[in-house]
Design a protein around this ligand. Sequence first.
Ligand SMILES: Cc1cc2nc3c(=O)[nH]c(=O)nc-3n(C[C@H](O)[C@H](O)[C@H](O)COP(=O)(O)OP(=O)(O)OC[C@H]3O[C@@H](n4cnc5c(N)ncnc54)[C@H](O)[C@@H]3O)c2cc1C
Length: 309
Amino acid sequence: MDLALKIDAIGYQGLVRENVSMKKYCTFKAGGEAKYFAEPSNEEELKQLLFTAREMEVKTVVLGNGSNVLFSDAGFDGLVIKIGKGFSEIKIFSKDEEDLVIEAGAGALLSAFGNTIANESFTGAEFCCGIPGSVGGAVFMNAGAYGREMKDIITEVTYIDPKSLNIRKLTNEECEFGYRRSVFEKEGYIVLSAMATLKRGNLSEILNYVNELKNKRTSSQPLELPSAGSTFKRPEGYYAGALIEQAGLKGFAIDHSGAQVSAKHAGFIVNVGGKATATDIYRLINYVIEKVEERCGVKLEPEVRLIGF
Ligand SMILES: Cc1cc2nc3c(=O)[nH]c(=O)nc-3n(C[C@H](O)[C@H](O)[C@H](O)COP(=O)(O)OP(=O)(O)OC[C@H]3O[C@@H](n4cnc5c(N)ncnc54)[C@H](O)[C@@H]3O)c2cc1C
């Protein structure tokens, strides 16, 4: 019996779909099909998926908003679990003259989380407003921008360990946040929700700052084209975009596939017209790594999570 039928048979009809294209679920607009795909609406469904997949020896991978992943054209020969709407509640726990304590489900959009905090007149999460990920993906990646990252605001994370199916909480220190990494990446834990504490600020100053960051992004990043944001991690002491530019690759394309180093921001690889395949993009990523190392002596490392390559 296959996984979809098994999940149907135990009472979760239609929860698992088969042969689902990942293009629609990833901001790169490329990639093949997931053999199985499910978007659970609650923890019970998630647990059932993890339990049954393990029992049937089906590999699993978690997807948030798909803004930092590239699936290969061959796709993923297992179950993709999207943590989305079912886990997207944003709850204010307490609010006073000084602090706001807020919790967001892992499937909530990071921008919605940032905007809720800003509109309540609390400061510190303005950087979240322009990052197109989910709260879970942002915690997993320790996403950040303009000098701040998730580790600066998160106080506690609730996660599920896919091996034991136990749900537990970790404090900020226990999350082992580092540059674009966390314990969730190291251990394969699935983020369910995150709690943050923010300081009260001046509403108009906060909203102005949100706008200022938005304008900075729009003027410096190719937001009009499919991408996964900065393709490479920032190497210590350098900026990936500057190195790529120095290597003469700003605006570079190997062919007419659509995969191109952005002419606006060399740190972004874009998928012009959404017509490049994952293979085209992957080839360009490797080409850039090779040329930057050859010409600048620095080896770039992808920030985008490559799945199935
Ligand atoms: C235009 C653009 C601008 C961007 N700007 C920034 C920026 O300024 N700063 C920045 O840091 N990033 C930026 N990014 C990258 C991306 O938005 C972030 O890395 C974001 O945190 C990824 O979240 P996601 O939900 O889309 O994760 P996905 O892309 O879906 O997944 C990324 C990784 O997280 C894992 N994951 C996702 N959800 C969970 C979960 N609930 N539990 C466990 N693991 C999970 C996945 O398995 C995968 O390995 C940008 C991307 C784009 C397209």
